[in-house]
Ligand binder design. Structure first.
Ligand SMILES: *[C@@H]1O[C@H](CO)[C@@H](O)[C@H](O)[C@H]1NC(C)=O
Ligand SMILES: *[C@@H]1O[C@H](CO)[C@@H](O)[C@H](O)[C@H]1NC(C)=O
Length: 333
């Protein structure tokens, strides 16, 4: 049989059409978000339709947040570890026994916060490729909030609330007993290497009727909420804020000063009074003494006068006596 050039061309075209047709496929997966719990192992489903073997084609798994690296690559029946994003190393695999029927699902072990994102399952044959993108949400419920008392701060009591191990990033709230939100400092957010969040928030509270305060952590996307209530004994507040303390100290110092000054004044006054009294007394004494002396002097004067009078009387008597004696002598003679 003679084969013409036209026949030949037809055969080649037919062959091309056949191979192209046989390689044509669709890549499919779930359209819903895949919710993964941190620490679990998950499967990211992906498969070919029709269910042709994927053993001799290239399977790429990509995280669309990391365009300069791959999650996983399978090519020429081998796992290619070049350009693998570091934190997926040792945690990803394909189901090798499923590849021959077009199942290119990825197994991801020990899910962590950084795994959240959009993943592309990209499959490339010699003359055909297709891809499918799925979304993964990582849910990590962190620790119950821990409240610690930091002591007196700016005229109130400083409290700190801490919670760790969350994904996605949670919101921290400080509430008073009636449920009203307290104005707190800015949240301090830290993300660890595995992508889990730790959040801290400081608040300064004033004394209230109940002295009960609540720290709430909530993550609405994963519908989680936890609370820790703290009750502060009012003595904590009574133990005076530094300002109040300073005020009290100042008051005490003031009172002591005033009392001291008053005492000093009083003492001085009393001393002065005593001295004055003494002087007065002395003066009185002196005037009394003067009076006595004066009286003595007067008495003496009187006595002298009396003495004079007596003297003169005696003198007269003597003279009378003498004259009488003279007279008697004359008579006798
Ligand atoms: C491939 O798909 C066809 C129908 O779509 C099914 O009958 C067959 O069992 C599948 N093969 C494998 C290996 O899963
Ligand atoms: C692919 O394989 C995995 C693991 O055995 C299985 O869970 C999944 O259902 C398979 N998917 C399809 C489409 O067959």
């Amino acid at each position: 049989m003679k084969v013409t050039q036209l026949d030949c061309l037809c055969v080649i075209l037919l062959h091309l059409l056949h191979t192209a047709g046989s390689e044509r496929f669709e890549v499919l997966g779930p359209t819903d978000v895949i919710a993964a719990v941190a620490g679990d192992d998950i499967i990211l489903p992906c498969y070919l339709k029709p269910n042709i073997s994927a053993e001799d084609i290239t399977v790429d798994w990509l995280n669309l947040d990391f365009l300069d690296g791959r999650v996983y690559r399978y090519q020429n029946s081998e796992i290619i570890r070049e350009d693998q994003i570091l934190f997926y190393r040792g945690r990803t695999s394909l189901f090798k026994e499923e590849l021959w029927r077009g199942n290119t699902s990825l197994k991801l072990t020990r899910v962590q916060g950084t795994d959240e994102g959009r993943y592309k399952c990209f499959i490339k044959a010699k003359s055909w490729y297709d891809d499918f993108t799925i979304e993964v949400l990582v849910k990590a419920v962190g620790s119950k909030p821990v409240v610690s008392i930091e002591g007196h701060r700016e005229g109130g009591m400083g409290l700190l609330c801490e919670t760790e191990g969350w994904h996605p990033e949670p919101e921290l709230l400080w509430l008073e007993s009636k449920g009203d939100r307290l104005s707190a400092g800015p949240p301090e957010i830290h993300r660890d290497l595995k992508g889990f969040y730790t959040v801290k928030q400081h608040v300064i509270v004033q004394e209230t009727d109940t002295n009960r305060f609540t720290c709430r952590v909530q993550q609405s996307r994963i519908n989680e909420k936890m609370e820790t209530e703290v009750h502060l004994p009012s003595e904590l507040f009574d133990y005076a804020t530094p300002l109040r303390m300073a005020f009290i100290v100042l008051c005490c110092l003031g009172a002591i000063t005033v009392i001291g000054l008053s005492l000093a004044m009083y003492c001085i006054c009393i001393k002065k009074g005593v001295i004055i009294d003494q002087l007065k007394l002395q003066r009185d004494d002196q005037s009394k003494q003067g009076e006595v002396l004066r009286k003595e002097r007067d008495d003496l004067k009187k006595e002298r006068v009396d003495l004079w009078a007596q003297n003169s009387k005696y003198c007269l008597q003597i003279i009378t006596l003498l004259t009488s004696l003279e007279r008697q002598k004359y008579n006798f003679l």
